[in-house]
Design a protein around this ligand. Structure first.
Ligand SMILES: Nc1ncnc2c1ncn2[C@@H]1O[C@H](COP(=O)(O)OP(=O)(O)OP(=O)(O)O)[C@@H](O)[C@H]1O
Length: 237
C-alpha cells in the first residue's frame, strides 16, 4: 500500500516543555484516518507540524517522500481556524482570497460544497454560528486539490445535523486517492467514517490500526478500543 505520510521519531518541545516525544506513524494513501486523543494529547500540534505551520522539531516528517516544508505545504490542505482572517469580511471575499493564495483551489468544487452545506456567502465571518463556521472551514479545506487533507476537530461543538452534513460532504467530495486525517476526541462522532485510527497518548502514538481489524480481530467497536487504550482496560487479543 502506498504511504502518503510518514512520521519517524518526532519529538517537539514548546518553551522547553515536551509536547510530543518519539512519535512514529505511517498513513496510507486513499484512506480516512481518525487522529484520536484526549484534550491536550497533542493532535493540533501534530497537524501544525505535519502542515509546516509549526517548526523546530526533531525527527522526520515526509509527505509523498518530500520532507522540506515548501514541498509538504504544496501537498497538504490544513483546516486553518481562520484566526488570521478579517472578522468583518464576507465569506465570498475570503473565498476569493483563497483562489489567489492557493493555485490548487477549485472554485467549482467549493461552490458545490457550499451549496450542499447551505452556506450563505454574503454573510460576514463574525456573524457565523460555530456550526456554520466549521462547515465553511471544511468547504475551504476540501476545495483544494491535494493528496493530503488535515481536518482539525471539524465537529467541535456542532449539532447532529451539521455533523451529518459535514460527514456526507467528506464522503461525497473525497477523491479515491486523497487521504484525510481527522482529529477528534469524541470517537463516536466519526467512527463509521474511518478506515483506520491513530491514537495519541503520553506524547506519542500508542496504537495505529485498521477499523476492520479492530472490529474483526479484536471484536470491539472503535469507541471501545479507544476507551480501553485510554483507561487501561483489557484488550483481548
Ligand atoms: N503555546 C503553547 N505553549 C505551551 N504549551 C502549549 C502551547 N500550545 C499548546 N500547548 C500544550 O501542548 C499540548 C498539546 O496541545 P494540543 O492543542 O496540540 O492538544 P490537542 O490534542 O489538540 O487538544 P484538544 O483536543 O483539547 O484540542 C497541551 O498540553 C497544551 O497545553
Amino acid at each position: 500500500m502506498t504511504e502518503v505520510l510518514q512520521i519517524k521519531n518526532l519529538t517537539y518541545k514548546l518553551n522547553l516543555v515536551s509536547i510530543l516525544d518519539d512519535l512514529t506513524c505511517t498513513i496510507p494513501a486513499g484512506s480516512i484516518v481518525g487522529l484520536l486523543g484526549a484534550n491536550g494529547a497533542g493532535k493540533t500540534t501534530l497537524m501544525r507540524l505535519i502542515s509546516g505551520v509549526a517548526k523546530g522539531f526533531h525527527g522526520e516528517i515526509s509527505v509523498n517522500q518530500q520532507t522540506s516544508v515548501v514541498n509538504r505545504k504544496q501537498q497538504i490542505s490544513f483546516s486553518h481556524q481562520l484566526d488570521g482572517s478579517d472578522r468583518r469580511a464576507r465569506l465570498a471575499q475570503i473565498v476569493h482570497d483563497y483562489t489567489l493564495l492557493y493555485p490548487d483551489f477549485s472554485a467549482t468544487q467549493f461552490q458545490q460544497l457550499a451549496d450542499f452545506l447551505e452556506l450563505d456567502l454574503h454573510q460576514r465571518l463574525s456573524k457565523l454560528s460555530k456550526g456554520n463556521r466549521n462547515k465553511f472551514i471544511v468547504a475551504l479545506t476540501l476545495a483544494r486539490q491535494v493528496p493530503l487533507y488535515l481536518l482539525d476537530e471539524p465537529f467541535d461543538g456542532i449539532d447532529v445535523m451539521s455533523r451529518k452534513k459535514i460527514i456526507a460532504s467528506i464522503l461525497k467530495w473525497k477523491s479515491e486517492t486523497a487521504t484525510i486525517l481527522i482529529s477528534d476526541h469524541h470517537v463516536n462522532d466519526i467512527a463509521n467514517l474511518l478506515d483506520a485510527v491513530v491514537i495519541v497518548k503520553d506524547k506519542h502514538v500508542v496504537a495505529q490500526e485498521q477499523a476492520d481489524t479492530i472490529r474483526e480481530k479484536y471484536g470491539e467497536s472503535i469507541e471501545d478500543y479507544y476507551e480501553n487504550l485510554y483507561t487501561g482496560g483489557e484488550n483481548d487479543d
